[in-house]
Design a protein around this ligand. Structure first.
Ligand code: ADP
Ligand code: MG
Length: 417
């Protein structure tokens, strides 16, 4: 605690934002029982910030002196990370701010990103406290990777950024209805799914997308892993080496044991920020080159889905929709792709239930369900016809109505171990 590190001898510590109300309201207890000791043993200095209300974290990171922090880590559900990412991208210096390494520890009831990171690490599936310990371990390793973000346009709200999902229909309804079952923790989605199945309905709308047909891996200089490896060198840390201490003979490659992320050597090549000719208004954040304003017709190279009767539309950019729902099994952290799923109307309750049960192991795509469609896209637009309904972004309710989205490959960075 209180160690000074880095070239400029600035205090270089992690900000750990804990939402005491998330999940079953046990995030602070979980911190005390597991995380505090892990971080101390790994030599990761950190400052605990307990969030007091909605948008507290968002306002905090919007104003923070980020040069003081090696990483911003969220211990809550996905909702708090959503706030932090949007706070960073609302800053005038968003291009640097969004490079601040982020981290996530599952403390909420919706811990989809934590489950995704655990999945990417190659470990076999676990849940609740075991997932927390795994993510704590990955966090202590301190290795940073790029992560895709998706910009989301709604008809009258400001643009927002999403790291996980955009949902309409069945999944969005479950997201919201299951809030009242949050006392059961991650099982809230299972309970919510069963309840929603009983009142299964059809959602009408027009769905269109820009297919991801070519390989974008060299586009926009975002596969700059070399830069990352100089400082966040991949290593196979054993639990014992978690106890590594900085020493002159063998410098540790851990994020927290090096200088702050704002150190020049850590700068990742900047993305071009071309002036907007499209849907992006004069606001901070990258411009959306693939989107036209929502009130204008679709660009000619977009595909319009024939069906207009759906049971659900789900756009995913990471593997997990919830701790035990592997919705996009082949998604990776920065594949630059939106995994678009939709289920056509006409599916039976039994078939839909079978899909969600298969999703626990990620085998739903292999069930040959004729109503389920999966396609990889770079952008999409949805125009719901029914006047009332629910759309969620990262599990949070947003303005209902026309919505469009575009993926920004590797826009942010996440500690993935
Ligand atoms: P969960 O997965 O349990 O829903 P989230 O991280 O999604 O956990 O948190 C839910 C919401 O709680 C977020 O929108 C966040 O803004 C809000 N929040 C943060 N701190 C507090 C607090 N002290 N009291 C009430 N709500 C809070
Ligand atoms: Mg939530």
């Amino acid at each position: 605690d209180g160690v000074l590190m880095g070239e400029l001898s600035r205090p270089c510590r992690m900000m750990l934002l804990v939402n005491p109300q998330s999940g079953k309201g046990q995030a602070l207890t979980l911190y005390n029982n597991h995380i505090q000791r892990m971080l101390n043993e790994a030599g990761v200095p950190h400052t605990l910030v307990i969030t007091e209300r909605q948008n507290h974290a968002r306002e905090l990171v919007k104003e923070a002196d980020l040069s003081q922090w090696s990483a911003l880590v969220i211990m809550s559900g996905d909702g708090l990370l959503h706030e932090v990412i949007n706070g960073l991208l609302e800053r005038p210096d968003w291009e640097d701010a969004i490079q601040t390494p982020l981290g996530i520890l599952p403390g909420g009831s919706g811990n989809a990103l934590a489950a995704s990171i655990h999945h990417y690490s190659g470990a076999s599936p676990v849940s609740s406290e075991e997932l927390l310990v795994s993510c704590g371990f990955l966090l202590c390793k301190g290795l940073v990777s790029h992560m895709d973000l998706v910009s989301v346009h709604l008809s009258s709200s400001p643009r927002l950024f999403s790291f996980l999902s955009l949902a309409w229909g069945f999944v969005a309804d479950v997201d919201v209805e299951s809030e009242k079952y949050r006392h059961v923790g991650a099982a809230r989605f299972t309970v919510g799914t069963l309840v929603r199945l009983a009142s299964l309905r059809v959602y009408k709308g027009k769905l269109a997308y820009l297919p991801a047909t070519k390989d974008y891996s060299n586009e926009r200089g975002l596969r700059n892993n070399k830069t990352l490896h100089c400082n966040y060198q991949a290593s196979s840390l054993s639990p014992a080496s978690l106890l590594c201490r900085q020493s002159r003979d063998s410098p540790c490659k851990n994020t927290f044991h090096n200088s702050c992320h704002s150190n020049n050597s850590l700068k990742v090549r900047r993305r071009e920020s071309t002036p907007s000719k499209s849907a992006t208004k004069a606001v901070p954040g990258p411009s959306d080159s693939l989107l036209l304003p929502l009130e204008q017709p679709l660009p000619s190279d977009w595909v319009v889905v024939q069906e207009e009767d759906f049971v659900l539309m789900l756009a995913m950019y990471q593997s997990h929709l919830a701790e035990d729902l592997l919705a996009a099994p082949d998604a990776t952290l920065d594949d630059g792709v939106i995994h678009l799923f939709y289920v056509r109307a006409g599916i039976s309750r039994t078939a839909l239930l079978r899909l969600f049960l298969a999703m626990e192991k990620g085998t739903h795509l292999a069930t040959n369900c004729q109503h389920l469609v999966h396609t990889k896209v770079r952008a999409l637009r949805l125009e719901p016809y029914s006047p009332k309904g629910i759309i969620t972004v990262d599990g949070e309710v947003v303005e209902y109505g026309p919505v469009q989205a575009e993926v920004h490959r590797g826009l942010t960075r996440l500690i993935t171990g």
